[in-house]
Design a protein around this ligand. Structure first.
Ligand code: AGP
Length: 372
């Protein structure tokens, strides 16, 4: 009913708008005044976490994209090797697991059969499983050794939005917590990240306030057949997520690529007026990656692409090559997906509406996939 949708036309719009609060709720009570993390509900002892020699993340769809981003954070902040695998592929390749492997299963619903089977396999090998989940008491947390709930509130739209942002926050918390219990050099960078994380909800809010041009752009592309998405570093999973949203909602051909792979094949797809969304990393952090992606934008534009550039405020280097420029607030490099994903959600939702599609219930899809 209209009341359930809180005045929005679709649950998806309501859930996109709820993201600042959802993100704040994921953080609530988990960072103390001096910037230490308390994840009491993670009932895997500090001693066990200190023994972990490998992290393996399993998930599907959007949750898998959160896992891909988590890998960057975990390896960078803890120096523990981290693998990410599609849950549906995991147990069929005889993965190497043991008692010192920490398996993280990410799932909004907690009922995804592929993810459940992957975690059962991991536990059979003696690994500890930590679930990152949005649904209290669902099967995946019940069968895991510990759970970190995302507290995003119920997500009704089939296309995942607030669950994704909160999964990211939960992943950052786990990465930082692992660093904390293992006594990873607690440098200024990490303190700054914790500080920025505690303000991130306001940044997400700011992005939401500037989405009208994105909606307008989406409507102008309603008759296109294909949209490509490029990203690098944590922007690569963001590109994949943007493409998945567009497939699900707009039923368009959408593909995400690592920008560095362009010259190894995908650049052959570029033709006159093809919309290409590029997620640009911060020019401050890893400036080499930034410069490389700027030349990627130049290359595709020289071949006729219509460039839709998502870049940090103050990044002037992209301006000459952007047919459409979407600004996002500056964040630490690893946190950028929290703000960069939001315009892509709005973009896909508006394109779906413009194409006359059912936003909350896309064809052929179910909210949770309880078969393998
Ligand atoms: C996201 O928009 C999708 N509907 C889908 O990819 C989803 O993320 C995937 O099926 C995993 O679901 P889960 O998080 O409930 O396990």
């Amino acid at each position: 009913s209209a009341a359930e949708k809180g005045g929005y036309d679709y649950f998806m719009l309501k859930e996109i708008a709820e993201q600042p609060k959802a993100v704040a709720d994921t953080l609530l009570g988990r960072i103390d005044a001096v910037g230490s993390l308390t994840l009491d509900e993670v009932r895997i002892s500090a001693a066990e976490l200190r023994e972990v020699d490998k992290v393996v993340i399993v998930a599907c769809g959007t949750a898998f994209h959160a896992g891909m981003i988590a890998k960057y954070a975990i390896e960078h902040w803890t120096r523990i090797p981290c693998e990410v695998e599609l849950a549906s592929e995991f147990r069929y390749r005889d993965p190497i697991l043991g008692p010192r492997s920490l398996v993280i299963a990410i799932s909004q619903s907690g009922e995804t059969m592929d993810t459940l089977m992957a975690l059962r396999h991991a536990r059979e090998q003696g690994s500890k499983v930590l679930a990152i989940c949005n649904t209290n008491g669902s099967t995946i947390p019940r069968e895991s050794d510990a759970v970190l709930y995302t507290h995003a509130g119920p997500e009704v739209a089939v296309a995942s939005t607030k669950a994704f942002l909160t999964q990211l926050v939960a992943c950052y918390l786990v990465a930082l917590y692992l660093g904390q219990v293992r006594g990873t050099k607690w440098g200024d960078e990490i303190s700054a990240v914790i500080r920025d994380l505690s303000h991130i909800s306001g940044e997400v809010e700011r992005v939401l306030e500037t989405m009208e041009p994105v909606r307008e752009l989406a409507r102008s592309l309603a008759d296109k057949n294909t949209v490509l998405f490029l990203g690098r570093h944590v922007g690569y999973p963001v590109a994949l997520e943007g493409a998945l949203k567009l497939k699900e909602l707009a039923y368009m051909h959408a593909e995400g690529f690592a920008a560095g792979e362009l010259k190894h094949g995908p650049i052959a797809l570029i033709e006159e007026d093809l919309p290409v969304v590029v997620v640009v990393p911060s020019p401050r952090g890893r400036s080499v990656i930034h410069d490389k992606i700027v030349s990627n934008i130049q290359e595709i534009r020289a071949r006729g692409a219509r460039t839709i550039v998502i870049a940090e405020e103050g990044d002037e280097a992209v301006v000459p090559y952007a047919d459409h420029l979407i600004r996002i607030p500056a964040t630490p490099t690893l946190l950028q997906p929290l703000v960069a994903t939001v315009p892509l959600q709005v973009f896909a939702c508006e394109l779906a509406t413009a194409r006359g599609n059912e936003v909350d219930q896309p064809r052929n899809l179910a909210k949770s996939v309880t078969v393998e």
